[in-house]
Ligand binder design. Structure first.
Ligand code: SF4
Ligand code: SF4
Length: 122
């Protein structure tokens, strides 16, 4: 089993609206995220399907069980908000977004002790 805490979590993928400029989709030359996995938000932005809002936010690309084995099904193609959300303390800094999502799913916020030497993301 991987020691990376995100691969036992997935909480942020089932908490925040994941919105980004449409040009990040493969509808635009150089875009990566499959357009078909998104839906329009406004004339300039799209959202990952499942994250638009409401009471049951969960990105449709999230695989597995939150808090156990959740992981992104399109990791290499995920959009910029997913790159931007940093796990708390991976780089030595807090992450209020990470904490908020984990607490909302009944998970304890990460601490520096969750990052033993060599456990950080590549
Ligand atoms: S960034 Fe935080 S909330 Fe998101 S999967 Fe990683 S540990 Fe969980
Ligand atoms: S695209 Fe992947 S990383 Fe981004 S919210 Fe969806 S499951 Fe999470």
């Amino acid at each position: 089993m991987s020691s990376h805490p995100c691969l036992r979590c997935g909480a942020c993928c089932a908490f925040f609206r994941v919105a980004f400029h449409w040009s990040e989709t493969d509808a635009c030359a150089g875009g990566l995220t499959p357009q078909g996995l998104t839906e329009p938000l406004d004339p300039h932005r799209v959202v990952m399907r499942g994250t638009y809002g409401g009471t049951a936010v969960r990105c449709e690309q999230l695989r597995g069980q939150i808090g156990r084995d959740a992981h992104c099904g399109i990791y290499a193609l995920r959009p910029s908000p997913c790159h931007a959300l940093q796990p708390a303390w991976e780089q030595g800094a807090p992450s209020p977004q990470c904490d908020k999502a984990r607490v909302a799913h009944g998970l304890a916020p990460l601490t520096p002790a969750d990052w033993p030497a060599g456990a950080g993301a590549a």
